[in-house]
Design a protein around this ligand. Structure first.
Ligand code: PMP
Length: 313
Protein backbone atom coordinates (compact mmCIF):
# COMPACT_ATOMS: atom_id res chain seq x y z
CA UNK A 1 0.00 0.00 0.00
CA UNK A 2 1.58 3.29 -1.01
CA UNK A 3 2.10 6.05 1.47
CA UNK A 4 2.52 3.85 4.52
CA UNK A 5 6.29 3.26 4.41
CA UNK A 6 8.06 4.48 7.54
CA UNK A 7 5.00 3.68 9.65
CA UNK A 8 4.24 0.37 11.26
CA UNK A 9 2.88 -2.29 8.92
CA UNK A 10 -0.54 -3.46 10.08
CA UNK A 11 -2.59 -6.31 8.65
CA UNK A 12 -5.97 -7.08 10.19
CA UNK A 13 -7.95 -10.17 9.17
CA UNK A 14 -7.63 -9.90 5.41
CA UNK A 15 -5.91 -6.65 4.51
CA UNK A 16 -3.26 -4.05 5.19
CA UNK A 17 -4.56 -1.03 7.11
CA UNK A 18 -3.14 2.08 8.68
CA UNK A 19 -2.51 1.63 12.39
CA UNK A 20 -5.30 4.06 13.31
CA UNK A 21 -7.77 2.19 11.09
CA UNK A 22 -7.09 -1.17 12.68
CA UNK A 23 -9.74 -1.79 15.35
CA UNK A 24 -10.65 -4.94 17.24
CA UNK A 25 -13.92 -5.48 19.11
CA UNK A 26 -14.03 -5.03 22.90
CA UNK A 27 -15.76 -8.41 22.88
CA UNK A 28 -12.74 -10.10 21.32
CA UNK A 29 -11.85 -13.03 23.55
CA UNK A 30 -8.18 -12.22 23.13
CA UNK A 31 -8.91 -8.96 24.97
CA UNK A 32 -11.44 -10.41 27.43
CA UNK A 33 -9.64 -13.62 28.36
CA UNK A 34 -6.17 -13.65 26.80
CA UNK A 35 -7.53 -16.41 24.59
CA UNK A 36 -5.19 -16.57 21.62
CA UNK A 37 -1.65 -17.23 20.44
CA UNK A 38 1.17 -15.30 18.81
CA UNK A 39 4.68 -15.38 17.39
CA UNK A 40 7.42 -12.77 17.39
CA UNK A 41 9.88 -12.87 14.49
CA UNK A 42 12.90 -10.83 13.53
CA UNK A 43 13.42 -9.54 10.02
CA UNK A 44 17.01 -9.10 8.81
CA UNK A 45 17.56 -7.18 5.59
CA UNK A 46 14.03 -7.99 4.48
CA UNK A 47 14.22 -11.71 5.33
CA UNK A 48 12.18 -13.24 8.16
CA UNK A 49 14.66 -15.40 10.08
CA UNK A 50 13.42 -18.95 10.72
CA UNK A 51 9.97 -18.13 9.36
CA UNK A 52 8.99 -21.77 8.78
CA UNK A 53 9.87 -22.66 12.37
CA UNK A 54 7.90 -19.72 13.75
CA UNK A 55 4.87 -20.61 11.65
CA UNK A 56 5.11 -24.24 12.74
CA UNK A 57 5.19 -23.10 16.39
CA UNK A 58 2.20 -20.80 15.79
CA UNK A 59 0.33 -23.78 14.35
CA UNK A 60 1.31 -25.92 17.36
CA UNK A 61 0.29 -23.23 19.87
CA UNK A 62 -3.04 -22.86 18.09
CA UNK A 63 -3.68 -26.57 17.98
CA UNK A 64 -2.85 -26.91 21.71
CA UNK A 65 -5.69 -24.46 22.48
CA UNK A 66 -7.97 -25.99 19.84
CA UNK A 67 -7.88 -22.84 17.73
CA UNK A 68 -8.03 -23.28 13.98
CA UNK A 69 -5.81 -20.75 12.25
CA UNK A 70 -7.96 -18.74 9.84
CA UNK A 71 -5.29 -18.94 7.11
CA UNK A 72 -2.97 -21.57 5.69
CA UNK A 73 0.79 -21.17 6.27
CA UNK A 74 1.11 -20.02 2.65
CA UNK A 75 -1.54 -17.31 3.12
CA UNK A 76 0.07 -16.20 6.39
CA UNK A 77 3.40 -15.81 4.58
CA UNK A 78 1.75 -13.74 1.89
CA UNK A 79 0.13 -11.54 4.55
CA UNK A 80 3.54 -11.17 6.26
CA UNK A 81 5.13 -9.98 3.00
CA UNK A 82 2.33 -7.47 2.41
CA UNK A 83 2.74 -6.17 5.96
CA UNK A 84 6.49 -5.81 5.58
CA UNK A 85 6.02 -4.01 2.31
CA UNK A 86 3.61 -1.58 3.98
CA UNK A 87 6.08 -1.06 6.81
CA UNK A 88 9.00 -0.55 4.45
CA UNK A 89 11.60 -1.56 7.05
CA UNK A 90 14.30 -4.08 6.17
CA UNK A 91 15.26 -4.68 9.79
CA UNK A 92 12.04 -5.17 11.63
CA UNK A 93 10.15 -6.58 14.54
CA UNK A 94 7.24 -8.69 13.33
CA UNK A 95 4.41 -10.12 15.37
CA UNK A 96 1.63 -12.44 14.20
CA UNK A 97 -1.30 -12.63 16.62
CA UNK A 98 -4.36 -14.85 16.35
CA UNK A 99 -7.08 -14.50 18.95
CA UNK A 100 -10.22 -16.56 19.44
CA UNK A 101 -12.16 -13.67 17.95
CA UNK A 102 -15.28 -11.72 18.84
CA UNK A 103 -18.08 -13.43 20.72
CA UNK A 104 -20.54 -13.02 23.57
CA UNK A 105 -19.28 -13.09 27.18
CA UNK A 106 -18.38 -16.64 28.21
CA UNK A 107 -15.36 -18.89 28.08
CA UNK A 108 -16.66 -21.36 25.50
CA UNK A 109 -14.55 -20.98 22.33
CA UNK A 110 -17.52 -22.01 20.21
CA UNK A 111 -19.01 -18.58 21.02
CA UNK A 112 -16.46 -17.10 18.62
CA UNK A 113 -17.09 -18.11 15.02
CA UNK A 114 -14.12 -16.24 13.49
CA UNK A 115 -10.61 -15.84 14.90
CA UNK A 116 -9.04 -12.38 14.71
CA UNK A 117 -5.83 -12.39 12.67
CA UNK A 118 -3.39 -9.52 13.15
CA UNK A 119 0.15 -8.82 11.96
CA UNK A 120 2.24 -5.91 13.19
CA UNK A 121 5.65 -4.95 11.80
CA UNK A 122 7.77 -2.03 12.87
CA UNK A 123 11.33 -0.79 12.79
CA UNK A 124 13.45 -2.91 15.08
CA UNK A 125 14.48 -1.11 18.24
CA UNK A 126 17.93 -2.49 18.86
CA UNK A 127 18.77 -3.34 22.45
CA UNK A 128 21.65 -1.21 23.79
CA UNK A 129 25.11 -2.20 22.63
CA UNK A 130 26.27 -2.45 26.26
CA UNK A 131 23.92 -5.43 26.72
CA UNK A 132 26.17 -7.37 24.34
CA UNK A 133 29.52 -5.93 25.38
CA UNK A 134 29.09 -6.03 29.15
CA UNK A 135 26.07 -8.26 29.64
CA UNK A 136 22.73 -7.83 31.39
CA UNK A 137 21.58 -8.49 34.96
CA UNK A 138 19.35 -11.48 35.58
CA UNK A 139 17.29 -11.81 38.77
CA UNK A 140 16.10 -15.11 40.17
CA UNK A 141 12.52 -14.15 41.03
CA UNK A 142 9.97 -15.63 43.44
CA UNK A 143 7.25 -15.77 40.76
CA UNK A 144 7.32 -19.37 39.60
CA UNK A 145 6.84 -20.39 35.98
CA UNK A 146 3.31 -21.67 35.41
CA UNK A 147 2.98 -25.30 36.29
CA UNK A 148 3.40 -27.31 33.10
CA UNK A 149 0.32 -29.34 33.97
CA UNK A 150 -1.74 -26.15 34.52
CA UNK A 151 -0.76 -24.16 31.44
CA UNK A 152 1.54 -25.83 28.94
CA UNK A 153 4.47 -23.39 28.46
CA UNK A 154 4.85 -24.65 24.88
CA UNK A 155 1.74 -22.60 24.11
CA UNK A 156 2.91 -19.12 23.16
CA UNK A 157 -0.32 -17.57 24.34
CA UNK A 158 -1.71 -14.07 24.80
CA UNK A 159 -2.03 -14.96 28.47
CA UNK A 160 1.26 -13.45 29.57
CA UNK A 161 0.62 -12.39 33.17
CA UNK A 162 2.91 -15.03 34.64
CA UNK A 163 5.83 -13.53 32.72
CA UNK A 164 4.73 -9.92 33.24
CA UNK A 165 4.67 -10.41 37.03
CA UNK A 166 8.11 -12.04 36.93
CA UNK A 167 9.38 -9.08 34.88
CA UNK A 168 8.00 -6.55 37.38
CA UNK A 169 9.78 -8.43 40.16
CA UNK A 170 13.05 -8.54 38.24
CA UNK A 171 12.99 -4.81 37.54
CA UNK A 172 12.37 -4.12 41.25
CA UNK A 173 15.49 -6.17 41.95
CA UNK A 174 17.46 -3.96 39.54
CA UNK A 175 17.69 -6.55 36.76
CA UNK A 176 16.93 -6.49 33.03
CA UNK A 177 15.39 -9.95 32.90
CA UNK A 178 14.02 -12.55 35.31
CA UNK A 179 15.05 -16.13 35.69
CA UNK A 180 11.88 -18.01 36.58
CA UNK A 181 12.11 -21.29 38.43
CA UNK A 182 9.60 -24.08 38.02
CA UNK A 183 7.48 -25.43 40.83
CA UNK A 184 10.31 -27.71 41.98
CA UNK A 185 12.64 -24.72 42.34
CA UNK A 186 14.65 -25.69 39.24
CA UNK A 187 15.66 -23.19 36.57
CA UNK A 188 13.08 -22.79 33.80
CA UNK A 189 13.42 -19.67 31.64
CA UNK A 190 13.29 -15.90 31.37
CA UNK A 191 10.13 -13.87 30.78
CA UNK A 192 10.85 -13.74 27.04
CA UNK A 193 14.05 -15.72 26.80
CA UNK A 194 15.71 -19.06 27.39
CA UNK A 195 18.68 -19.36 29.71
CA UNK A 196 22.03 -21.10 29.20
CA UNK A 197 25.13 -21.50 31.34
CA UNK A 198 28.57 -22.99 30.90
CA UNK A 199 29.76 -25.50 33.45
CA UNK A 200 33.00 -27.52 33.15
CA UNK A 201 33.17 -26.69 29.43
CA UNK A 202 29.64 -27.97 28.79
CA UNK A 203 26.79 -25.81 27.55
CA UNK A 204 23.83 -26.41 29.88
CA UNK A 205 20.22 -25.38 29.53
CA UNK A 206 16.94 -26.44 31.18
CA UNK A 207 15.26 -29.25 29.27
CA UNK A 208 11.69 -28.91 27.94
CA UNK A 209 10.55 -31.08 30.89
CA UNK A 210 11.48 -28.19 33.21
CA UNK A 211 8.50 -26.30 31.79
CA UNK A 212 9.79 -23.91 29.14
CA UNK A 213 8.85 -22.50 25.79
CA UNK A 214 11.16 -24.25 23.38
CA UNK A 215 12.72 -21.14 21.93
CA UNK A 216 13.65 -21.08 18.27
CA UNK A 217 16.85 -19.19 19.13
CA UNK A 218 17.56 -21.88 21.76
CA UNK A 219 17.31 -24.55 19.06
CA UNK A 220 19.63 -22.62 16.73
CA UNK A 221 22.18 -22.15 19.53
CA UNK A 222 22.05 -25.82 20.54
CA UNK A 223 22.60 -26.77 16.90
CA UNK A 224 25.58 -24.41 16.61
CA UNK A 225 27.11 -25.76 19.82
CA UNK A 226 26.81 -29.35 18.60
CA UNK A 227 28.37 -28.38 15.28
CA UNK A 228 31.24 -26.75 17.17
CA UNK A 229 31.74 -29.92 19.25
CA UNK A 230 30.74 -28.20 22.45
CA UNK A 231 29.19 -30.67 24.86
CA UNK A 232 25.49 -29.88 25.35
CA UNK A 233 23.47 -30.84 28.43
CA UNK A 234 19.72 -30.31 28.46
CA UNK A 235 18.71 -31.11 32.02
CA UNK A 236 17.33 -30.02 35.39
CA UNK A 237 19.45 -27.43 37.17
CA UNK A 238 19.17 -25.72 40.55
CA UNK A 239 20.09 -22.13 41.33
CA UNK A 240 23.37 -23.20 42.94
CA UNK A 241 24.50 -24.69 39.63
CA UNK A 242 23.79 -21.44 37.84
CA UNK A 243 25.53 -19.33 40.47
CA UNK A 244 28.49 -21.70 40.28
CA UNK A 245 28.71 -21.54 36.47
CA UNK A 246 31.53 -19.89 34.56
CA UNK A 247 29.33 -18.08 32.03
CA UNK A 248 25.62 -17.36 31.70
CA UNK A 249 23.65 -16.05 28.72
CA UNK A 250 20.09 -15.79 27.49
CA UNK A 251 18.59 -16.17 24.02
CA UNK A 252 15.57 -14.82 22.18
CA UNK A 253 14.48 -14.04 18.65
CA UNK A 254 14.72 -10.27 19.09
CA UNK A 255 17.76 -10.06 21.37
CA UNK A 256 19.67 -13.07 19.90
CA UNK A 257 22.44 -14.26 22.30
CA UNK A 258 22.92 -11.90 25.26
CA UNK A 259 25.59 -12.38 27.92
CA UNK A 260 24.63 -12.14 31.59
CA UNK A 261 27.09 -10.16 33.71
CA UNK A 262 25.32 -10.58 37.02
CA UNK A 263 22.82 -12.95 38.64
CA UNK A 264 20.87 -11.36 41.50
CA UNK A 265 19.25 -13.56 44.09
CA UNK A 266 17.27 -12.91 47.27
CA UNK A 267 18.77 -14.16 50.52
CA UNK A 268 16.83 -15.76 53.38
CA UNK A 269 16.56 -12.39 55.14
CA UNK A 270 15.03 -10.73 52.06
CA UNK A 271 18.17 -8.79 51.07
CA UNK A 272 19.71 -9.53 47.71
CA UNK A 273 23.10 -10.83 46.75
CA UNK A 274 24.67 -10.95 43.37
CA UNK A 275 27.21 -13.02 41.54
CA UNK A 276 29.23 -11.53 38.68
CA UNK A 277 30.10 -13.30 35.43
CA UNK A 278 32.51 -12.47 32.63
CA UNK A 279 31.43 -12.37 29.00
CA UNK A 280 33.24 -15.67 28.54
CA UNK A 281 34.71 -17.44 25.51
CA UNK A 282 31.81 -19.83 24.89
CA UNK A 283 29.29 -16.98 25.00
CA UNK A 284 31.44 -14.86 22.67
CA UNK A 285 31.85 -17.74 20.26
CA UNK A 286 28.12 -18.49 20.17
CA UNK A 287 27.23 -14.80 19.77
CA UNK A 288 29.52 -14.61 16.73
CA UNK A 289 28.36 -17.94 15.30
CA UNK A 290 24.72 -16.97 15.72
CA UNK A 291 25.28 -13.79 13.68
CA UNK A 292 27.06 -15.83 11.00
CA UNK A 293 24.15 -18.25 10.95
CA UNK A 294 21.72 -15.37 10.45
CA UNK A 295 23.86 -13.94 7.63
CA UNK A 296 24.03 -17.22 5.76
CA UNK A 297 20.29 -17.79 6.25
CA UNK A 298 19.59 -14.34 4.78
CA UNK A 299 22.01 -14.91 1.90
CA UNK A 300 20.62 -18.36 1.08
CA UNK A 301 17.04 -17.17 1.26
CA UNK A 302 17.77 -14.31 -1.12
CA UNK A 303 19.72 -16.59 -3.43
CA UNK A 304 16.70 -18.88 -3.62
CA UNK A 305 15.24 -16.21 -5.87
CA UNK A 306 12.21 -14.10 -6.42
CA UNK A 307 9.73 -16.78 -5.30
CA UNK A 308 10.09 -14.65 -2.19
CA UNK A 309 11.14 -16.83 0.69
CA UNK A 310 9.73 -20.00 -0.68
CA UNK A 311 6.09 -18.99 -0.90
CA UNK A 312 4.11 -21.77 -2.51
CA UNK A 313 0.44 -22.44 -2.65
N1 PMP B 1 10.56 -18.19 26.60
C1 PMP B 1 9.49 -17.36 26.57
C2 PMP B 1 8.50 -17.42 27.67
C3 PMP B 1 9.34 -16.44 25.50
O1 PMP B 1 8.28 -15.62 25.46
C4 PMP B 1 10.33 -16.40 24.50
C5 PMP B 1 10.21 -15.40 23.36
N2 PMP B 1 9.44 -15.91 22.33
C6 PMP B 1 11.42 -17.29 24.57
C7 PMP B 1 11.50 -18.17 25.63
C8 PMP B 1 12.47 -17.31 23.49
O2 PMP B 1 11.93 -17.89 22.34
P1 PMP B 1 12.44 -17.53 20.87
O3 PMP B 1 13.90 -17.84 20.84
O4 PMP B 1 11.67 -18.42 19.98
O5 PMP B 1 12.18 -16.08 20.67
Amino acid sequence: MPGTAGRPGVYLNDRVLLLEEAKVSVLDHGFLYGDGVYETMRVYDGVVFMMEEHLARLERSASLIELRLPKSAGRIKLAIFETLEACGQKDAYLRVTVSRGEGPIGLDPSLCPRPTFFIFADRLKHPPRSNYEEGIALAIVDTRRNLREALDPRIKSLNFLNNILAGIEARKMGANEALMLNNEGLAAEGTTSNVFFVMDGALCTPSPECGILEGITREVVLGLARRLDIKVVEGAFGTAEISGAGEVFITSTIAEVVPVRQVIQKTEGGASQSKKFPVGPVTKLLMAEYRKEVSSYVENTKAAGPSIWGFTE
